[in-house]
Design a protein around this ligand. Structure first.
Ligand code: SF4
Length: 79
């Protein structure tokens, strides 16, 4: 079974580029402020979620293992 992910958007960083939404449209969508919000952390395979986080130009997306709290992205040197 795939591990459960916790996906967090930093609203001080998100500029609404929409890249994450294009990459994983079943995970992210625009909210009323035209920033990204998570609709379903299980809406795409882990690799696609990580691809979306890595593609964010603002490093606004944090992905963690929901059970162990291990941070999968971003690495410390990107923060
Ligand atoms: S890719 Fe990053 S900046 Fe663009 S909408 Fe998603 S979270 Fe916001």
């Amino acid at each position: 079974m795939p591990r459960r992910l916790r996906i967090t958007i930093d609203y001080n960083r998100c500029v609404g580029s929409g890249i994450c939404i294009l990459t994983a449209p079943n995970v992210f969508r625009y909210n009323d402020q035209r920033q990204s919000e998570v609709i379903d952390p299980d809406g795409a395979p882990e690799g696609v979620v990580l691809e979306a986080a890595q593609g964010c130009p603002q490093v606004a997306i944090t992905v963690e293992d929901a059970d162990s709290n291990e941070r999968l992205f971003p690495p410390a040197d990107l923060l």
